[in-house]
Write a protein that binds this ligand. Structure first.
Ligand SMILES: Nc1ncnc2c1ncn2[C@@H]1O[C@H](COP(=O)(O)OP(=O)(O)OP(=O)(O)O)[C@@H](O)[C@H]1O
Length: 307
């Protein structure tokens, strides 16, 4: 398979400090790749290396199947990005901002400016000066600028930071549209795990500069977290039966109709049988899947955190 981004042993050292260590990651064509890690884990540095803003100390980057070097200027026209904060000029209007970028990139397609503004919901603000924009509007404009040249790959560093819930939902729709209708590959770093869970096809987790996990969301959801969920009409009564009949003590009553058993010594079948035999109504009993947050926290707890 050809990957849109493939790094091999990518490493970056600043003085004595190795901030990115031996990172080998693979981003497939057309997917949304969620890039996760704590503050200072090295995400931005990796994104800067992929966009030619920072030179790797060692290791390789392949983009669109081609070895990426300092001279790979032609590849840059296929990439849109927002790394750290988008620099915008307050005296320009939204349209002028996009026009300037198109001129700089040597991109000609007059309809693309209006199309991009419409995609991000700024169709009515094209003539407004950027200095009058709210934070959310600036984020949207930054995105419009990143996509106005119709890139094949979009790298977004914390694109939803600071946005309100409605704006986050709108952004989610835009990301999905870019993926589904425009066939773009999106590489998105974020701390907002719930949001990444909703949009990502694959996640990469970076910790202290090293990639500790790269997994598709379907594989993650298929993993059992080790807990068993019991849905019933009376969680308190079910708890008593579990304790007395099966000696299960490691559980949590999540609400009046649900409890969650951790490290169950018996199967779902056995639990159902015993509850039913004691006249407890059982609606369902199943192994709970990992949430992205649970999985992430587990990956973070494996040692000293970055400071
Ligand atoms: N130019 C630089 N010189 C020295 N150290 C740097 C430089 N740029 C980044 N670092 C260090 O590299 C480490 C990784 O930083 P980076 O910005 O890549 O992390 P991040 O995962 O993007 O964090 P955040 O989520 O806070 O943006 C940090 O310890 C940072 O201080």
């Amino acid at each position: 398979m050809t990957y849109i981004i493939e790094t091999a042993h990518l490493t970056k050292q600043y003085g004595e400090k190795q901030v990115v260590s031996d990172v080998s990651m693979k981003v497939k064509k057309g997917e949304i790749y969620g890039f996760l890690g704590q503050n200072g884990a090295g995400k931005t540095t990796i994104m800067k290396m992929i966009t030619n803003l920072v030179r790797p100390t060692s290791g390789e980057i392949h983009l669109f199947g081609e070895r990426f070097t300092r001279d790979s200027v032609h590849v840059m026209s296929k990439i849109g990005s927002i790394i750290e904060y988008p620099t915008l000029y307050g005296h320009l209007t939204a349209k002028e901002t996009l026009q300037l970028h198109c001129d700089y990139m040597g991109f000609r397609d007059d309809s693309s400016i209006n199309e991009s503004l419409e995609l991000v919901g700024l169709q009515d603000a094209g003539k407004k000066r950027v200095s009058a924009f709210s934070l959310g509007m600036k984020q949207r404009l930054g995105l419009a600028r990143a996509i106005v040249t119709k890139p094949e790959l979009l790298l977004l560093d914390e694109p939803i930071n600071g946005l309100d819930p409605v704006a986050i939902k709108d952004m989610r729709q835009v990301f999905k549209t870019l993926q589904k209708q425009y066939g773009m590959t999106l590489f998105i770093s974020s701390h907002i795990l719930g949001e990444i869970e909703l949009i990502a096809d694959t996640v990469g987790i970076i910790r202290n500069g090293a990639l500790v996990e790269e997994i598709t969301m379907s594989a993650l959801h298929a993993k059992s977290s080790g807990s068993i969920v019991v849905e019933t009409n009376n969680a308190n009564a079910a708890a008593i039966v579990l304790k007395e009949q099966l000696a299960i003590h490691d559980f949590e009553i999540t609400n009046e109709k649900q409890l969650q058993i951790k490290n169950s010594p018996v199967s779902e079948h056995e639990i159902t049988k015993v509850l039913v035999n004691h006249d407890i109504q059982v609606n369902s009993v199943y192994k709970s899947a990992y949430s992205l947050e649970q999985f992430f926290m587990e990956k973070m707890s494996g040692g000293a955190l970055h400071v």
